[in-house]
Design a protein around this ligand. Structure first.
Ligand code: ADP
Ligand code: ZN
Length: 435
């Protein structure tokens, strides 16, 4: 069984990929310059003309776009074609509170769904699979993207959307779902709910999960794989570039292949904007090479990650991105120390705790405080209560080693941390409320 959806392009030689990118970028820059006044102004200000872009290497000459630009140009300012050619909008889930509206022509939808189809096939999907999509449907890109990809692959598609876990489980068991698509936090919740109903991992027919849209750790992956009895694949994307499927994992599970025939990736220093060499950690920047309606050039994602061109055993030749460490705007600065929620998750799962936690940051007497509510599993809970103080101290120490600062740990009873059906809200930063 082929594990590629479009083998010619997914395993194309490096020269072939560069040839495609060279051809597309010249056309795309011309398209944007002619149709998007907002970006034309940025290029004019920088003194760059479309004829200066002769190959993909020349991309460095182009100005960046940021989320602020998107806000300024909202809603129609970055549109690359007449509205009459557009057939759909999608919008961000608003994790960082800033609305982005993206537009699609039918061509754009097709290429997006093809990218999602590549991800599903890489996870072992074929027309024999039953694909349960419980990402949210509607404005959020998760549901529509995977739904379209699943159709292209020919899976029997269950357009569940998120929520109503009881019904998710019933359909999963009755219809024998083999592939599950949702956020990792919802996958963990479904796993937990199955166990509560007395199901063992081998009782379901699932073989793979395609989980993304939020940061998750390797520890979280292992925990989900165990609870559902599956192999869990990561998928990445953002509304600005189309949605999920910009990059996806293969069976190697070591980084996500970026669909380089559609999206050109760069890593930059977020402070200086300088392009960094392969292997450096920095901010991911994407150029969509052939989207018509919302053709962003050099869009700064704020996601921090590393690119690798190391050969992959799956045979795909497209560059791989590491799991984003978190977004630069997710990063907490607590008493001057940079803290990512993903670091906290790693420690918790390594120390044998559940992935149900909440981080509370506050400022008391001009000093930042960091508290973490950590839910105990029912087994941990029924242990001697007297042990909790020792556990809190131990976990606090493990956190200090990882983070460089020591949080106050509160172990809380099972089922007291609210579960997420979409993107999890891990952090409550009360400092913002005071300003
Ligand atoms: P919002 O900004 O409202 O969350 P999107 O739904 O478009 O809007 O989310 C895109 C963002 O979600 C990405 O920029 C990234 O930060 C995060 N994301 C998406 N997929 C992943 C993933 N697999 N791992 C970590 N973060 C991810
Ligand atoms: Zn691979």
């Amino acid at each position: 069984m082929s594990r590629y959806y479009q083998p010619e392009i997914e395993t194309a030689s490096r020269e072939e990929i560069v040839r495609i990118q060279n051809e597309k970028i010249v056309r795309q820059v011309r398209h944007v310059y002619d149709n998007v006044a907002y970006y034309r102004n940025l290029m004019d200000k920088k003194g760059v003309k479309p004829e200066d872009i002769k190959s993909i290497d020349d991309i460095k000459k182009l100005p960046f776009l940021s989320k602020d630009d998107l806000r300024e140009a909202y809603p129609y300012g970055l549109l690359g074609t007449d509205l009459k050619n557009c057939v759909r909008i999608q919008s961000t889930s608003g994790t960082t509170g800033k609305r982005v509206v993206a537009f699609y022509t039918q061509h754009d939808i097709d290429l997006w769904e093809e990218c999602c189809a590549r991800a599903i096939v890489a996870a072992g999907g074929s027309n024999e699979d039953v694909c349960q999509v419980c990402y949210g449907y509607g404005l959020f890109t998760g549901g529509p993207g995977l739904n379209g990809g699943s159709h292209k692959v020919g899976c029997l598609t269950l357009p569940m959307s998120s929520g109503n876990t009881e019904r998710q489980i019933q359909f999963m068991m009755d219809l024998g779902s083999t592939i599950l698509c949702c956020t990792p936090s919802y996958a963990a919740y479904i796993g937990e709910s199955l166990a509560e109903r007395g199901y063992k991992p081998e009782d379901n027919k699932l073989k793979a999960g395609i989980f993304g849209a939020e940061p998750w750790t390797e520890e979280m992956r292992r925990s989900i794989e165990k609870s559902l009895g599956i192999k869990a694949y990561d998928i990445y994307g953002l509304t600005e570039t189309s949605g999920p499927g910009v990059a996806f994992e293969c069976e190697e599970q070591r980084g996500m292949h970026i669909n380089e025939d559609h999206f050109y990736a760069e890593i930059i220093d977020p402070e200086t904007g300088e392009v960094l060499p392969e292997g450096s950690k920095g901010e991911l920047v994407f150029t969509s090479l052939d989207k018509e309606a919302f053709p962003l050039l050099r869009y700064r994602t704020r996601d921090i990650c590393i690119l690798s061109r190391e050969k992959c055993s799956c045979g795909r030749t497209h560059v791989r991105m590491s799991k984003p460490l978190g977004r630069s705007d997710d990063m907490l600065i607590i008493r001057g120390v940079n803290v990512f929620p993903s670091q906290i998750e790693t420690v918790l799962l390594n120390e044998g705790y559940t992935p149900n936690y909440q981080i509370i940051v506050d400022r008391v007497n001009n000093s930042d405080t960091l508290d973490i509510n950590v839910e105990l599993s029912p087994e941990q809970f029924s242990d001697k209560v007297g042990d909790n103080q020792r556990r809190e101290i131990q976990l606090g120490e493990a956190m200090r080693t990882m983070l460089g600062i020591k949080p106050v740990i509160h172990l809380v009873p099972p089922k007291t941390v609210v579960r997420s059906e979409g993107k999890a809200v891990r952090v409550i930063d009360k400092r913002k409320l005071h300003d």
